[in-house]
Design a binder for this molecule. Sequence first.
Ligand SMILES: C[S@@+](CC[C@H](N)C(=O)[O-])C[C@H]1O[C@@H](n2cnc3c(N)ncnc32)[C@H](O)[C@@H]1O
Length: 197
Amino acid sequence: MELIQGKRSHNVDRGWLAARAATSDVLLDLGTGDGRFVRQMAIAHPHRLCIGVDACRENLWAESRTAPPNAIFVIANALALPPELHGVAAQITINFPWGSLLRGLLDGTLLGELQRVAQPHAALDLRLNAGALIEAGVAFEAGATTIRHALLGHGWRCGPWRAMDAPALRSFPTTWARRLAWGRDPRALALRAEARG
Ligand SMILES: C[S@@+](CC[C@H](N)C(=O)[O-])C[C@H]1O[C@@H](n2cnc3c(N)ncnc32)[C@H](O)[C@@H]1O
C-alpha cells in the first residue's frame, strides 16, 4: 500500500498497518481530497488512526507533509482498495464524492469495497451534494434514493437522508463543504449507516 507524505511516497505492508491500528480505532476517509478532514479528525481524536485515501496525489502534497502522526494518507483507487485496508475501519466517511467514486456508489461497484474494509458494526457517514449527482446525470433526490437502496441491499442499516444547509456546510471541516456553502447550489444530504455484525 502506497503512503504519501509531502511529495515523497513509500510502501507499507499489512503488518505495519496492523501494528498502527492495534491500539486505535481506525477512521477511513475515501476520496479525501486535500486531506483537511483527516487532519482535523486526527487532531480532534488523538487516539484514533485517521486514514485518508485519494486517487490524486497532488491534492495531498500540502496536508500530508505536516499531518499529525495519527493521520496517514494512502494513494489508491477507492474502487480497488489495497488489501492492507481490509477489515480495519471502525468508521468510514465519504464526503461529497464525485467522478468514479460517486458512480461506484450509484452502480454499487464501491459497495463490495466498503464491506471489505469495514469492521463488523462499522459506521458509514456519507455526504452527497446535488451538483455532483447532476453532473453524473442523475437527479439529486433520485440519486440519493438509489444509493440508500444499494446500501440496504448490501446489508447496511441506514438512517434517513438528512439535509445539510449552507450553515451546516460552512461549519463542516472539509474544503469541498466550504466551496459548496458559498457556491451556486449548496444542496447537500448526509446519511449514517451501520455495517452488519
Ligand atoms: C469533490 S472532491 C471531495 C474531497 C473531500 N472529501 C472534501 O470534502 O473536500 C472528490 C474527491 O474524490 C476523489 N476521487 C474520485 N474518484 C475516486 C476514486 N475512484 N478513488 C479515490 N478517490 C477518488 C477525487 O480525487 C477528489 O479528491
